[in-house]
Design a protein around this ligand. Structure first.
Ligand code: PEP
Ligand code: MN
Length: 338
């Protein structure tokens, strides 16, 4: 971190400031130029509050050279992190295919979809039991009953399962869940993130609707700082001025996050667009951009789905897009050992 001192600062003020910086245990390199005095702070600056320093009278500006996240940072962990989820791995160079309905509706529904997506090559089953809906009058999910149905589908098909946890009181119900989803709306629920950092299950962390990539990585940092390094990042579209799609898929987040972090990155083209017919092209684009996996909503009868029907693929369309995505992945990365 570099601190640029105001031109009119007195030497005693600078000395006092350097003393104050001592609390962070950093080395301070002083460079006195013709116009500006500059301090170089060397060491782990992730605990330093740059805004607090910038607000000081003698400080003109502060520039971060090192990112504020450490555990999630590729600079400190050059190897890709591989996350084990049940009997499968995310980030090992294979293409993870997460599929299933937005919400679990009945045992028959989730088992039917689970069998279909497994036959199409899905490696993980998704399904929401606790649903974060914009309207309190919309279907809120089946809760604990829904989780039981999801686990029945896991037993039936052998697919590991991912489902959303909305608050900490639900955690005891997640014992047999393989991957815990933190939804976009909870990406900055810091108490939730801290607690998930203290438990051993892997976490799928979705990007907030209006969150920057750095904020997403800082949220991953919350989980990792607690001791749980098993985090998968998920780009699911962000809010923009565009109205034709539900969100805007930030495809640049895939290579950018993979450059900044060693954590696997998956893409959810379903929530990104809200339109089933846009899911196949964006799924293919996400794989081409280097995503470690895809999370796609599939429903046996989208027109009658209790949640997110317009963006849900039928099992037949899913089978087609899954095959195309595997082909893109094999063509571009088949020989690469990652
Ligand atoms: C979901 O995956 O079911 C979901 C609600 O997604 P998001 O949190 O990305 O809106
Ligand atoms: Mn959904």
């Amino acid at each position: 971190m570099v601190v640029i001192i105001q031109k009119n600062a007195k030497q005693e003020q600078i000395d006092r400031f350097i003393d104050w910086l001592g609390q962070y245990g950093l080395q301070v390199h002083l460079s006195v130029g013709a116009v500006h005095t500059i301090l170089g702070l060397v060491g782990d600056t992730s605990r330093v509050d740059a805004d607090l320093i910038r607000a000081m009278d003698i400080v003109e500006d502060v520039r971060r050279i090192q990112e504020p996240y450490k555990n999630a940072n590729r600079k400190f962990h050059p190897e890709n992190t591989v996350v084990k989820v049940g009997n499968t791995y995310i980030g090992d160079g294979s293409l993870t295919m997460i599929a299933g309905p937005c919400s679990i509706e009945t045992e028959e529904q989730i088992i039917t979809v689970a069998r279909a997506v497994k036959a199409a090559g899905a490696t993980l089953l998704r399904g929401g039991a606790f649903k974060p809906r914009s309207s309190p009058y919309a279907f809120q999910g089946l809760g604990a009953e829904g989780l039981k149905m999801l686990l029945a589908a896991k037993k039936e098909t052998g697919l590991p399962v991912v489902t959303e946890l909305m608050n900490l009181t639900q955690l005891p119900l997640f014992e047999e869940v393989d991957l815990i989803q933190v939804g976009a709306r909870n990406m900055q629920n810091f108490d939730l993130l801290k607690e998930l950092g203290r438990q051993p299950k892997p976490v799928l962390l979705k990007r907030g609707l209006s969150s920057t990539m750095e904020e997403l990585l800082m949220s991953a940092e919350y989980i990792m700082a607690g001791g749980n390094e098993q985090v998968v990042l998920c780009e699911r579209g962000i809010r923009t001025f565009e109205g034709y799609t539900r969100n805007t898929l930030d495809i640049s987040a895939v290579p950018m996050l993979k450059q900044l972090s060693h954590l696997p990155v998956v893409v959810d083209p379903s929530h990104a667009t809200g339109i089933a017919r846009l899911v196949p092209p964006l799924a293919r684009a996400a794989v081409a951009a280097g995503a470690d996996g895809l999370m796609i909503e599939v429903h046996n009868d989208p027109a009658r789905a209790l949640c997110d029907g317009p963006q849900s693929l039928t099992p037949e369309v899913y089978e087609q897009v899954a095959g195309e995505c595997r082909l893109v992945h094999k063509t571009l990365f088949g020989k690469a050992v990652r």
